[in-house]
Design a protein around this ligand. Structure first.
Ligand SMILES: [Ca+2]
Ligand SMILES: [Ca+2]
Length: 174
């Protein structure tokens, strides 16, 4: 191999390397452009590792309130027309009198469990009167941070009445 051949060989190798880099750069730009295009079109498919973390992130923590017994120790009238609400949702609306025979087992009904989507929500008890304004037997604040504390009991004791309601808050991962 003479000097000319060596020089030509060096140039040829350099040309091959340059060509390879261009091809690599071209492929990279093409892939990048494809991803950008796909992302812009809303069709970007996340890599496997990202999908895994997305699945993990998709697990949501939710809070549920389970309502148990609603009971009356002292009615205001001979028969109260009760309206028990939680976060604007009716848990029970109907007659109540004092004594265990009148205990309502809300856990057996369709409204036994309600979502607690904010840090706190109010449960309140009205007693309907007509034409007079309804009586308000009281309110109770149920909090997300009560989760895991087991069954609790709130009481409604205004306007001469005495009612109780069992509930517990659950923190659930879905
Ligand atoms: Ca009344
Ligand atoms: Ca009434």
């Amino acid at each position: 191999m003479n000097v000319t051949q060596v020089t030509e060989d060096v140039y040829r190798r350099a040309a091959i390397e340059t060509s390879g880099r261009r091809a690599f750069l071209s492929r990279t730009l093409s892939v990048t452009a494809g991803l950008v295009g796909a992302a812009a079109a809303g069709a970007y498919a996340a890599p496997a590792f990202a999908q895994k973390s997305t699945l993990h992130a998709a697990q949501q923590v939710t809070f549920l309130v389970h309502f148990g017994n609603f009971f009356c120790l002292k009615a205001q009238e001979s028969t109260d027309e009760c309206w028990l609400k939680f976060d604007g949702i009716t848990l029970y609306r109907g007659s109540m009198r004092a004594g265990p025979a009148w205990t309502r087992f809300l856990q057996n009904g369709p409204t036994r469990t309600q979502a607690l989507n904010q840090s706190v929500a109010i449960v309140w008890l009205l007693e309907e009167d007509s034409p007079d304004p309804d009586d308000r037997f009281g309110t109770h604040t149920i909090r997300q941070d009560e989760a895991g504390q087991g069954w609790k009991q709130c009481r409604f004791t205004l306007d001469g009445a005495h009612y109780g309601l069992d509930y517990h808050v659950e923190r659930a991962v879905i």
